[in-house]
Design a protein around this ligand. Structure first.
Ligand SMILES: Nc1ncnc2c1ncn2[C@@H]1O[C@H](COP(=O)(O)OP(=O)(O)OP(=O)(O)O)[C@@H](O)[C@H]1O
Length: 259
C-alpha cells in the first residue's frame, strides 16, 4: 500500500510562490491501478514525483509498503527507489544505448552479475514483447516500442510500484490502447501497484480501478473510477465529464460512434 500523509510542496522563485501540493492525504491499495487526474498545473507531476522524491516535499510523509520514503537518507533512498519504477511521457531512454543496454542499466547499477542480468533482461523483454528489438537503438523504434522499453527498464529491478507520468500522452490512440493493455497485463501478472497521472479520461476509464481528482494542489474527490463518471462531485470532475459528454454529442450529431 502507498500512504501519503499531509504532503505539501511549494515552489519558490525570486518573484513567485506556487503551492503545488496542499496537505495531500491519500491511500492507494496494493495491486490497484490508481489514476490521478487534474487540469494543467493542478500538481499531478509534483505529486507523483514526490512519491520517489525526484521532487522533495516540504512536509508530510510517504510510506510505500510500510517503509517511510520521506525520512530516508540518500543511500537508503537509492535502495528504496529500486522498488519504485517510473515511466515518462518522453520515455527518457539513453539514445546511445541499445534496447538491451537500456534495460540492463538499472541492474548493472544495482550490482547484479552479468549472467543474471542477461537472464533478467531477456525475461523482461519477453513480458513487453520486444525480444526482436534487443540490439536496436531507440531512434529506430516507434513511440509505442520506446515506451515498452521504458516499461521494461522500470520493471527490471522487480519493483512493487510503477509510477506513470503522462506515459501515453505522446502516443496515438491505438498505441495508447496497446500500452494500457500491457500495463493491465503486468498489473495482473506481477500484482504491481500502478499510479498513473493523466489528463485523458479515456485512459482512466480504460484501466484505473480507483482515482483521485487534483485541483490547485488539493485532492477534491477520490473513489472508484466508476463513481467519477456516474456521479462527479468536484468542479474539476464535473468539467471533465461535461467536456467528454459534449464531445460525444458532437460526434453523434456528425454521425460518428462517439468515443
Ligand atoms: N520547478 C518548478 N518551479 C516553479 N514552479 C513549478 C515548478 N514545477 C512546477 N511548478 C508549478 O507548480 C504547479 C504544479 O505543477 P505540476 O507540473 O505538478 O502540475 P501538473 O498538474 O502536472 O500540470 P501539467 O498537466 O501541465 O503537467 C504549477 O503551477 C507549476 O507552474
Amino acid at each position: 500500500m502507498i500512504a501519503i500523509k499531509n504532503l505539501s510542496k511549494t515552489y519558490r522563485t525570486e518573484h513567485l510562490e506556487v503551492k503545488a501540493l496542499d496537505n495531500i492525504d491519500l491511500q492507494i491499495e496494493k495491486g490497484s491501478i490508481f489514476g490521478i487526474i487534474g487540469f494543467s498545473g493542478a500538481g499531478k507531476s509534483t505529486l507523483v514525483r514526490c512519491l520517489n522524491r525526484l521532487e522533495e516535499p516540504d512536509s508530510g510523509s510517504v510510506f510505500i509498503e510500510g517503509q517511510e520514503i520521506t525520512n530516508l537518507d540518500q543511500k537508503n533512498l537509492r535502495l528504496a527507489r529500486r522498488k519504485i519504477g517510473m515511466i515518462f511521457q518522453q520515455f527518457n531512454l539513453f539514445d546511445s544505448m541499445t534496447v538491451y543496454e537500456n534495460v540492463a542499466f538499472p541492474l548493472q547499477v544495482a550490482g547484479y552479475p552479468k549472467n543474471q542480468i542477461k537472464g533478467r533482461v531477456h525475461e523482461i523483454l519477453q513480458l513487453v514483447y520486444l525480444t526482436d528489438k534487443l540490439n536496436a537503438y531507440p531512434s529506430h523504434l516507434s513511440g509505442g516500442q520506446k515506451q515498452r522499453v521504458g516499461i521494461a527498464r522500470a520493471l527490471a529491478n522487480k519493483p512493487e510500484v510503477l509510477l506513470c507520468d503522462e506515459a501515453t500522452s505522446a502516443l496515438d490512440p491505438q498505441t495508447t490502447y496497446s500500452i494500457l493493455e500491457l500495463l493491465k497485463n503486468i498489473n495482473e501478472k506481477l500484482q504491481l501497484t500502478i499510479v498513473l497521472i493523466t489528463h485523458e479520461l479515456d485512459v482512466l476509464k480504460h484501466i484505473c480501478d480507483h482515482m483521485a481528482v487534483l485541483e490547485q494542489g488539493k485532492i477534491v474527490e477520490q473513489g472508484p473510477t466508476e463513481k467519477f463518471f456516474l456521479n462527479p462531485e468536484s468542479d474539476t470532475a464535473k468539467n471533465f465529464v461535461r467536456i467528454i459528454q459534449s464531445f460525444q454529442e458532437k460526434k453523434f450529431y456528425a454521425g460518428g460512434d462517439g468515443i
